[in-house]
Design a protein around this ligand. Sequence first.
Ligand SMILES: *Cc1c(COP(=O)(O)O)cnc(C)c1O
Length: 428
Amino acid sequence: MLNQTQSAALFQKAQQTMPGGVNSPVRAFQSVGGTPPFIAKGEGAYMIDVDGNRYIDYVLSWGPLIRGHAHPAVVAALREAVGRGTSYGAPNPYEVEMAQLVTEMMPTIEMVRMVNSGTEATMSVLRLARAFTGRDKIIKFKGNYHGHADFLLVEAGSGVATLGLPNSPGVPAATVAHTLSAIYNDADSVQALFDQFPGEIAAVIVEPVAGNMGLVPPQPGFLQALRTITANDGALLIFDEVMTGFRVHPGGAQTLYNIQPDLTALGKVIGGGLPVGAYGGRRDIMQMVAPSGSMYQAGTLSGNPLAMVAGLATLRGIRDETTWDDLHTAGIKLDAGIKAAAAKASIPIYQTRVGTMQGLFFSEQPVTNYATAKQCDTERFGRFFHAMLAQGIYLAPSQFEGGFLSTEHGDTEIERTIAAAEKAFAML
Ligand SMILES: *Cc1c(COP(=O)(O)O)cnc(C)c1O
C-alpha cells in the first residue's frame, strides 16, 4: 500500500477551490478511483510525489517529455534563457530557429505558426482550412481527440471518453452543425460523407495514429485512402500530430507512413513540457494566415522564449542524440514482457505500439476503432492500474489513454515494470 497522507490532504483541499481538485479532468482518477498522487518532482524516467513515493512514469505529462523529466539539456536551456526575461511580445530569435527546425524535421510543413496548446493548434488550423477552401463542413473521427474547442467536442476521445460524455453541455447545436463524424480505420465511412456533401467539406482532421482512445494504429491503406478521397474532392487533409509529432518517428506519423497532409497540428513534444502548440503546412495555405493573409489568429504569449528554448532542446536531442532503434527496442522488450505476464495469468489483453507510444487494452478482440475500444473491461483496467501504482509504476489513469516511453527509460525500468505487471496480472 502506498502512503498517500500528503496527497490525500492536498486532494481534499484542492476540491474546495478547484473543480474536481484538478486543472484537467483525467488527472482526478475518476474512472479508476482513489487519490491521485500530487507530484513534487520529476527526474528522468521517474516522478516523486509529496509523500516521497517514487514512480516509473509512463505518462510523461501526457507525451511531451520524450527526454524524460528535467533533462539536463532542457533545464540548462531554460536557466540560460530565463534571466533574459520571460516574454517580450515582440519577435525573438528562438522563434526563427524553431520554425527552421520544424520545417526540417517535417518536410510537409513549409511554414509554421506557434501557438500555446494543442487545442489552439487544431482550432486555428481548421479555421485556416475553412478560410482557404471557402467551405464550412469538417470531418473528424469518433474517438479522436483534438482538444476542447466547441466544434470538436463531438464523440471525442481522451477525458471525454473516460467520463463517458457523448458531447459537452455548453456547446450550441449550431456550433457542431458542421462537424461530421466518421469511423476510424474505415475509409468507406469517409467516402460516404463526401458522397453526401460533395464540394462542401473543408477538411478531414485525423489523429494519424489514434492516441486518445488508447493507442489505435492506422490500418494499412487507411491514411492513404484519406489522402486520395480529400484530394479528389478539393478538401484538405489535416494530420493532428499533437501527440504523434516527434514521437512515433522524428518526422512524425507523416514521415513514418509516408503520407503528405496539407496541414499539420503540433503540440506536446514540440514544447518539451512547456505550454506550446503549432500548426503549419503548405506554403500557399499558410500564407493566408494574418498578417501575410486575411485569416486572423493571434497570441499574446505565442513564440514565448522559454517555451521555444525548451522545445528546441527537446527536438534537437531527439534528432541528434537519440537512437530511434534503441527506443523502439525498449518498447518491444516491454511489450513482450507484459504479454508473457498476462498470458501466465490467463488475462486476455490486446497490445498496440507505434514508436514510443503504447496501448494495453483489456480486450479479447483487436481494438481498431472507438466502438471496439469502448468494449474493453475498464473495471479490470482500474484494478490493474492500482496494482501497478502501488508498485511504483505510474500509468495513465484511464483505459482510453496510451502510454509513453522516454529516452531515460532503460533496462532497469523496463525490467521493474515487467516484474510489477506479473504481480499485478496475478492479482486480477
Ligand atoms: C493532447 C491533444 C490535443 C490537445 O492539446 P492540449 O495541449 O491539451 O490542448 C489535441 N490533439 C491531440 C491528438 C492530442 O493528443
